[in-house]
Design a binder for this molecule. Structure first.
Ligand SMILES: [Fe+2]
Ligand SMILES: [Fe+2]
Length: 478
């Protein structure tokens, strides 16, 4: 997948020339002459960077800048302009530009393409994903003392890298003692990791918390490429998305929802969509799921995946609906981060009425947290607010009933209750679902249509399609 760059310049020839220079470097570059087209292009496609002329018209450069800041905060903006006067005319100065996230500014009629290239590739960025490792082979292992709270842990099978390792990877010897087994810039070797796994029985890899965004970006990139590759097993694809989702949720829950991370969340939801839609055998894999990890991060991932698998059964489902739903499912318990740890870690079945009252606040607390970020869609917040409401009116925080609860919130609610039931009772998904369905009070709480759709999640989609085709033929014959 090439990296996309947009050139927006009122001088058509100049714009095209720069775009073709970038294409020769291996980028996918596009150009346009006015602000309106630039916004339209950015609306339809995700660009890694935009080379924006402040002299652009029909939506001025300043307007486009605001649009990017609001809608695509992680796109790298490189600003060009004929003279300082353009800046003054737009009512801007360098300080404001820096605050608006502009990465670099070039003033003058003639800007060398090489300088633009330098700005695009500066600061060890995404471009490095596609280049060779700087260090052919692997560096020596390096043992060091580092405190445990500096690390993020990930299961060894959930980590896949591109050719050039983007950040340092460690294994733990004991608490506070780590070995750096791969250095940033090394060539990635699966064999090497397999050796640690099989010979040294290493279960987890570690990387530093400050590298979390790099990890998310790389894994999203790998997941996107893997989705289109028939030679990669479904097991590997799902493992990558699982590890990625957990680290993504952990990052949001511990560091807050930053625009850069939110953008990666959208890519992640798209990767979940691809897995659900392009793999008819996913039902088999999830039927056998048996990792009963109670952590909030794994819980969020499972609720996201099961929600996506349920909504796929509905004809009205789409990529956009999937994005809203899976995003909401990943964030549904974000309000729990504001609860006291003893309540956060306790099963709500064991809570006193007073503790339960505090726990129930997490839906509204979640909305409060998400409202701090204007990039979060309203529908996501509403799902988070309603994920504990039940059609029987027994839910919380408002005890609203039936159609007053968003269908997507009902789906997340069912996937949430199911996931907790499955993990608490250590039951594989089909057994957990059967047990839920044998409980009349549970059946009363959830929509029959959504429960039925959940049952279909564990059946072979090819058989469902066959049966539907047969039923259709029979109806036609009547
Ligand atoms: Fe919840
Ligand atoms: Fe939950």
């Amino acid at each position: 997948m090439a990296i996309r760059i947009l050139v927006a310049d009122p001088d058509m020839e100049k714009g095209k020339e720069l775009a073709s220079f970038l294409v020769k470097l291996g980028y996918e570059a596009d150009s346009c002459m006015n602000g309106r087209t630039a916004q339209l292009k950015m609306y339809n496609k995700q660009f890694f960077a935009i080379i924006l002329s402040l002299d652009i018209q029909e939506y001025s450069g300043g307007q486009v800048l605001k649009f990017i800041r609001t809608n695509h905060p992680s796109t790298k903006v490189i600003l060009t302009m004929k003279s300082e006067q353009t800046l003054a005319d737009a009512g801007l100065d360098r300080n404001t530009l820096a605050k608006q996230g502009v990465f670099d500014v070039f003033i003058g009629a003639e800007v060398a393409s090489k300088d633009i290239q330098g700005a695009i590739e500066g600061h060890r960025d995404y471009r490095t994903l596609l280049v060779q490792a700087s260090n052919e082979g692997a560096s020596e292992e390096q043992e060091m003392d580092l405190s445990d709270d500096r690390f993020v842990q990930i299961r060894i099978e959930e980590f896949v890298s591109i050719k050039a390792v983007q950040f340092d990877i460690f294994i733990q010897l004991r608490s506070g003692r780590y070995v750096k087994i791969l250095h940033a810039g090394d060539t990635f070797s699966r064999e090497r990791l397999d050796k640690y796994k099989n010979e040294k029985k290493v279960e987890f890899l570690y990387f530093l918390k400050e590298d979390r965004i790099k990890f998310i970006r790389v894994q999203n990139f790998v997941a996107e490429k893997a989705a289109a590759n028939a030679n990669i097993s479904l097991n590997t694809k799902v493992s990558v998305v699982k590890g990625l989702s957990q680290v993504f949720v952990e990052a949001v829950f511990t560091e807050g929802l930053k625009p850069l991370i939110f953008d990666q969340g959208k890519v992640l939801c798209d990767n979940v969509y691809e897995i659900i839609h392009k793999n008819d055998d996913l039902f088999k894999l999830m039927r056998d799921y048996s990792v009963f990890d109670p952590s909030l991060y794994t819980h969020s991932y499972l609720v996201g995946l099961f929600s996506g698998m349920i909504v796929k059964q509905f004809e009205w489902e789409s990529r956009i609906i999937n994005e809203t739903l899976v995003m909401a499912a990943l964030f549904h318990d974000i309000g729990c981060t504001k609860l006291a740890p003893e309540i956060r870690e306790m099963s709500y079945l064991k809570m006193t009425p007073e503790q339960l009252g505090l726990y129930k606040a997490h839906c509204e607390l979640g909305v409060q947290i998400l409202s701090e970020q204007p990039v979060v869609p309203q529908a996501v917040k509403q799902i988070v607010l309603q994920h504990h409401e039940r059609i029987s009116g027994e839910g919380f925080p408002y005890g609203i009933r039936s159609h007053r609860i968003l269908v997507l919130a009902q789906i997340v609610g069912l996937a949430d209750e199911f996931t907790r039931h499955m993990v608490d009772n250590k039951l594989q998904p089909p057994a957990a679902l059967r047990k839920m369905l044998s409980d009349p009070s549970c059946v009363k709480r959830h929509s029959a249509v959504i429960l039925e759709s959940f049952l279909k999640v564990f059946a072979d989609p090819r058989k469902i399609a066959q049966n539907m085709g047969q039923a259709h033929e029979e109806n036609k014959g009547k």
